[in-house]
Ligand binder design. Sequence first.
Ligand code: PLP
Length: 373
Amino acid sequence: MLLFTPGPTPVPEFARVAMAGETLHHRTPEFEAIFADARKLLFKLFNTDEVIMLASSGTGAMEAAVVNLCSDTLLSINSGKFGERFGKIAVASGLKNIEIKNEWHTPASVAEVVEALKANPQIDALAIQISESAGGLRHNVEEIAAAAKAINPNIMVIADGITAVGVERIDVTNIDCLIAGSQKALMLPPGLAILGLSNAAVEKIGSGKGYYLNLASEIKKQSQNTTAYTAATTLIIGLRSVLQHIEDNGGLEKLYADTEKRATAVLAALKAVGLHVYPTSPARSMTTIDDENASEIRNLLKNEFGVNVAGGQDHLKGKIFRINQMGLIEPYEIVWVVNAVELALQKLGRRDFDGTASRVFNETYFSLKQTNK
Ligand SMILES: *Cc1c(COP(=O)(O)O)cnc(C)c1O
């Protein structure tokens, strides 16, 4: 079965092998050397002033960011389940939450954010997804963050990059906290979360808040290549292997370029067989299709063609399906996925199979179509 859900993503064999060794004690020079390597590679991936690893799922890092970087009111951008979660975290932490809510295919506009910030000067942090996985959309985080900083230079911008870090280069100029999680673009098992922090964020954190998620304790320890509590040793060994593999195989720029090419080719292939792309600004992390037969297509993909894709949650249950684009994916795997979608449409009596999806994928991915010169 091909796993094509936008998290968890498949763990490559070299990473599984790297994680199969004997358990290392976390307070040893052997593990600290591995931690130092992983940390160095993370600085390249994040481009931030500080980087912190946490033994938690991605939500733990979202909570750590909100608790440590917001002290009064959070402005949360809700265009889906993960954006909604930032607001719930704020309320659960005793903070005030102001929300900008849109349908799951619609990203927040710069104007909406500017209006909310001007009307509510007590907002001291903004939380937004770069790629909102609920509907597969890309928020214009770069412009929103710049506009927010122009209104209030002290505002903390928290960007959930759980399905964006490792997908595309993120401009962190106006981002104070960039979050990633192991089981999405980093191709690892779940359980490790990472936060990239700006110097301004480190300053605002000060002596930190909370206990396990107190980022001040972790900043102090991790700059010495250790952790405040037991490190997720196996996952950090896996992380080092994934990031080193990327370095040794063309680097991050090649990974980003391949991902963009693949996402573009899949969009073209699925549009060519008459399908409709759900988000108005699609993220590169996944391809999201809304369709009245979404459930049937998903079932046929799984039961007849060996492809596992994700459905929708809440009000989008049975209405969309989502195909992962994150990680190291071979063209011969993804071309089968678009071909299988076309076969499913034929089974549903929607169109005659003529190989359009794989042809358009190949033409786009391998730039086969000659342009007039
Ligand atoms: C998966 C995901 C999360 C939540 O991560 P968990 O590891 O499930 O806690 C948060 N934000 C986005 C954008 C995600 O895709």
